[in-house]
Design a binder for this molecule. Structure first.
Ligand SMILES: *[C@@H]1O[C@H](CO)[C@@H](O)[C@H](O)[C@H]1NC(C)=O
Length: 215
């Protein structure tokens, strides 16, 4: 009985905590989706399909102009398998309420977006991304310079026919997204060195941000 009381109290506390912070998530954000889109377009205008230079342009400007964020200037690329799709990512920022990564592959991929507890903004830096929602007979097409906004809780099938890279920004509750990001490792790839590298970088960035008071 005491165990039950404890459990009920714990669930009530966690629910209260979640409700409180969920309505105040906005105040923790340091990045802005429209600024990131505008910055991506300027980077493409300056460097075209030299995507390495585009990425460098973006990260350099963010490092100078976004206060209160911990940015990772090391391009620590790791594979990412999720929802059946495969690509690689470079984690620029990871905290409890936001992440910013470069995600892509030079040979194309396809999969399930995942159903997430965050809004996702996929700024296409190179190539084209296609998306499909049940009930539609047409593909959604996201070319270079456009942004694909996947709303919190929404799901799609997506595909990159060939080389495609994007600046991906997610805002909301980031930790629950990690389960989706890890599931394919256990059910399919068994690539534990990649899992370890991803965990090490994500945890390091999240803790560095928390120590700066950035949730
Ligand atoms: C990048 O390459 C694609 C395919 O060749 C081309 O259609 C596109 O216009 C190029 N983009 C820029 C900004 O040069």
């Amino acid at each position: 009985m005491r165990g039950l009381t404890f459990l009920v109290t714990l669930v009530a506390l966690l629910t209260g905590f979640y409700r409180y912070f969920d309505s105040r998530l906005d105040q923790f954000y340091v990045f802005d989706p429209s600024n990131l889109h505008e910055l991506s377009q300027r980077a493409i205008a300056a460097h075209g399909n030299d995507t390495r230079a585009v990425v460098d342009f973006i990260v350099t400007e963010l490092d100078e102009k976004v206060p209160g964020s911990n940015l990772n200037r090391d391009e620590e690329w790791v594979f990412n398998n999720a929802g059946g799709a495969m690509g690689a990512m470079y984690i620029i920022h990871a905290s409890i309420t936001e992440y910013l990564i470069i995600f892509g592959t030079s040979i194309g991929t396809e999969g399930h977006t995942g159903r997430h507890t965050a809004d996702d903004y996929f700024n296409i830096l190179q190539g084209t991304q296609l998306a499909f929602v049940p009930g539609s007979y047409e593909a959604e097409v996201y070319p270079q310079g456009s942004v694909h906004h996947l709303q919190r809780g929404q799901v799609k099938q997506y595909k990159m026919d060939e080389s495609c890279f994007a600046l991906e920004y997610a805002r909301g509750w980031i930790p629950p997204m990690l389960f989706f990001g890890y599931a394919d490792t256990f059910s399919s790839t068994l690539d534990f060195p990649t899992l370890w590298a991803t965990t090490r970088i994500t945890a390091r960035e999240m803790i560095a941000n928390l120590l700066k008071g950035k949730m």
